[in-house]
Write a protein that binds this ligand. Structure first.
Ligand code: ZN
Length: 181
């Protein structure tokens, strides 16, 4: 569980990174930054911070902050009640993002997979995103991503976000427990 103190520390760091990326957010948005730590107890490795701008029946936009080497764990967005799963586009605004999707193995990943968790990071097709570069993830396809040493800020544009239906490769992660991406 995330403690109140940790929430304050990580949400404050997120604000600092949004400033580095020159992304303006209101005081109200700063006050409702979400910190996802996935209940794994290693937020510096598996976790992220986010601001949700909008999430309607048809579209969703968020800002994601990843601290240096922080990782969003592998997951996919399945079909829900006959509706196609979430499609999402990640656009890097600051830092470097190492994104991994299903497909041909790119070889040794540039990202640092946490020791002992290799089995939960099966996608090895690597896409490197620098500021101004983007990539679209198709529905129901596995993906995970990690920031480089400077951390990263990523804008996410997608169809409706239904976090509770997301499927994680690591069975310890409860999708209903956290805000996901
Ligand atoms: Zn996703």
């Amino acid at each position: 569980m995330l403690t109140k103190k940790d929430y304050e520390i990580y949400s404050k760091k997120a604000v600092e990174f949004l400033e580095k990326a020159h992304i303006a957010v209101t005081e109200k948005e700063k006050a409702r930054i979400e910190v996802a730590e996935y209940d794994l107890g290693c937020i510096d490795k598996i976790g992220l911070e986010l601001v949700v701008y909008v999430n309607t029946e048809r579209c969703c936009a968020k800002e994601l902050v990843l601290l240096p080497f922080q990782t969003c764990p592998e997951h996919r967005h399945p079909e829900v009640n006959g509706e196609t799963g979430k499609e999402e586009t990640f656009r890097c605004r600051y830092g470097t993002v190492y994104l991994y999707v299903e497909g041909e193995n790119s070889g040794k990943p540039a990202a640092q997979i946490p020791a002992g968790m290799e089995g939960y990071f099966t996608c090895r097709k690597e896409i490197v995103l620098k500021p101004g570069e983007q990539y679209t993830i198709q529905p129901n396809t596995l993906h995970w991503f990690q920031a480089g040493k400077e951390g990263a800020v990523v804008s996410e544009f997608s169809t409706k976000s239904r976090d509770e239906y997301d499927i994680y490769t690591d069975p310890r992660i409860d999708p209903a427990g956290k805000r996901q991406v």
